[in-house]
Design a protein around this ligand. Structure first.
Ligand SMILES: Nc1ncnc2c1ncn2[C@@H]1O[C@H](COP(=O)(O)OP(=O)(O)OP(=O)(O)O)[C@@H](O)[C@H]1O
Length: 252
């Protein structure tokens, strides 16, 4: 029997804002080459979960193991924290590219500073990353000249520059028209397929969730209420709250 060790494993994550629990003892595993879609009502804690895993938010309690190294213990960073952080990339809903820079400069900034890559090495890496998202021809474009979908593809490429093994995506298609959103989500599905990247996606896109997700996680009041295959979650689920949520989103 082969035991697969999760790439990311979070245990008993607890986070409060103003005395209110937002993550209420969350256990969450991510496997390599898996697309997990997180759904749930607004304010249920989905973004907070991603931000805690990415190290952007400190939890009150909980352990996180990334790539077999304990990075957070009882809510506190361990000596292996940076090793884990390097494995995790994050892409956000609103465009976080520097508008005054061109695409190449946006991509090379962090790897040159953080990894100390030479200009040539960083450019080579940028060309490969842009190629992955179908944006190689835009390497010298100004970010302000790009459409919303193109900007999000560049944002994905920028996250890929640090060679993460898991990409956390927080509602990255919410501001896009459905066909453009489908294109961006298609890029993620391909990255999973071709590069074995793990993708965790907070989205309301049920079509993508049912087609491309390996699992669907339903968040409710700071807890994971359902963690199932798309077929189970959308067609055979007994959870009344999930059923009501899926119907409400599907027909919106
Ligand atoms: N930095 C913060 N300071 C105070 N409260 C916060 C902060 N970040 C999140 N919250 C609160 O925590 C709760 C969960 O927020 P979170 O963004 O994780 O929910 P969500 O499920 O991602 O919602 P949405 O779908 O609307 O993005 C909300 O009530 C939110 O107002």
């Amino acid at each position: 029997m082969t035991l697969t060790v999760p790439l990311v494993s979070a245990r008993n994550l607890r986070k409060e804002f103003h005395g209110q629990p937002v993550l209420d003892g969350v256990d969450f595993d991510v496997a390599s080459g898996e697309v997990s879609v997180i759904i749930g009502k607004s304010g249920s804690g989905k973004s907070t979960l991603l931000r805690v895993i990415a190290g952007l938010e400190a939890p009150e309690d909980g352990d996180v193991t990334i790539d077999a190294k304990l990075t957070l213990s009882g809510g506190t960073r361990t000596a292996d924290w940076s090793h884990g952080a390097a494995m995790v990339g994050m892409v956000f809903q609103s465009y976080t590219l520097w508008p005054h820079m061109n695409v190449l400069d946006n991509l090379v900034l962090a790897p040159r500073k953080v990894l100390g890559l030479s200009a040539g090495e960083a450019r080579e890496r940028a060309e490969a990353a842009l190629d992955e998202v179908g944006m190689a021809h835009h390497i010298t474009s100004r970010c302000t000249q790009l459409s919303g979908g193109e900007r999000q593809r560049v944002a994905i490429a920028r996250a890929l520059m640090m060679r993460p093994r898991v990409l956390l995506c927080d509602e990255i298609t919410s501001a896009l028209d459905p066909p453009v959103a489908a294109e961006v989500l298609g890029v993620l599905a391909r990255l999973k397929q071709e590069d074995g990247l793990a993708v965790v996606l907070v989205t309301h896109d049920m079509a993508f969730a049912s087609k491309a997700a390996d699992r669907v996680v339903f968040f409710s009041h700071g807890r994971i209420a359902v963690d199932a295959t798309p077929d189970e979650a959308f067609h055979h689920c007994e959870d009344p709250e999930l059923k009501a949520f899926v119907d409400a989103v599907r027909f919106r």
